[in-house]
Design a protein around this ligand. Sequence first.
Ligand code: GDP
Ligand code: IMO
Ligand code: MG
Length: 428
Amino acid sequence: MGECTVLVGAQWGDEGKGKVIDVLTENVQYIVRYQGGNNAGHTVVIDDNKYVLHLIPSGILREGKICVIGHGVVIDPSALIEEIEFLKTRNIEVRGRLKISDKAHVIFPYHMKIDELREAKRKKGKIGTTKKGIGPCYADKVSRVGIRIGDLFDKVYFEKRLIGNIAEKNIVIKDLYGFEEFSKDEILEKYSKYAEYLKEFICDTTLFLNDALKNGESILFEGAQGTFLDVDYGTYPYVTSSNATAGGACTGGGVGPSRIDRVVGVVKAYTTRVGEGPMPTEFDPTLMEKIREKGGEFGATTGRARRCGWFDSVLVKNSVEINGIDDVVITKLDVLDELETIKICVGYKYDGKIYKSIPAVPEFLDKCEPVYEEHPGWMENTSGAKSCDELPLAARKYLDRIRELISAPIMLVSVGKSRKQTLVYPVK
Ligand code: GDP
Ligand code: IMO
Ligand code: MG
């Protein structure tokens, strides 16, 4: 049997999963996305070339690797085709290296419109979604009215499902939001063309992956978003609509829990969040600006400025438990190079009491005061370090303290965007 590793974001997304996937892909044959959609933006920098992947696993950038989009992913076919065509322009051949589950649900224009209109109508309580139609598409899936990629090939069935959906959605779109209705014929024609384009990639990916495992091939599952954006474990309702945590690899990727050998958590050396929702360790405006600039903290999908804050060990420790994380990769340590003092949140204070776990109600987390430890910064450039031994003592101490607080071993430390800027962390 081949080995299965699941890689997850341990915070609120954008931890640097794309870079880490690219590094780890060297040693695996198959890379699988199992949830989310093109709300994700995974950046990989190879030499001077930057690639942002939204739907296709980041493993596509390594020659000969096989990439799979599992049934747990929601697919906007037009965005997927655009990504395939973009990769072609960079001389990356997708044909023969990409498989798409016939059971993945399809995002339609009405999903995107409802996502946008619903957000616009919400004043307080806005989620700050990417407006890619993710929530409405997953809602249809769970309501059992969704349309799957495989359905697009049966014209009669597809049309029947579409008629039902459009009739229902148009009422909401016109009567509730006062927006123009969608036409069935236009969608039918467009999506039938998309299906023709994608036909060669589509298969039963569960069978495909289990066969690969039996042949001794190894699989890396590429989580999108992050643990606290997970619909079950996250800071609900300020979450995405899928299971971004490790369990999602089984429900959306096509292998059973007993096949998973290892879970790797990607952890940013500080905290970021894009969109609304509680974030106890958020910086004051001056520090926010400084770290945002230094870390390039602007959304890879929407270009929105990310909110930045101190490292929250309560959050990440919880994440280690939720996902069963075996090893951690710390990213973006270099972004903290110019800070005289660095804080780590070790608890939340509310009404005189200290809490060491995440409360269920977001308003409660909003009211919590973080309890901080202060550590001296290193005030030295770490981006050129070739091994962890070359890191300043204060940086090594910061990493050791994180490891201790989250109770998980660190495997790698990233000090820059490129593959080379990845350091093996000494086993402790
Ligand atoms: P993902 O969604 O988790 O894949 O992360 P994103 O790609 O959205 O955001 C991470 C950003 O940080 C990208 O621009 C990466 O190129 C960059 N990045 C990753 N690791 C490092 C690092 O160690 N140092 C610095 N300075 N940038 C990094
Ligand atoms: P990667 O994979 C960071 C956030 C949105 C919003 C919430 C719901 O690049 O880490 P949605 O469009 O999913 O309904 O939005 O989730 N969000 C992300 N934040 N990284 C992502 O992906 C995200 N995908 C969604 O900003 O707060
Ligand atoms: Mg991202």
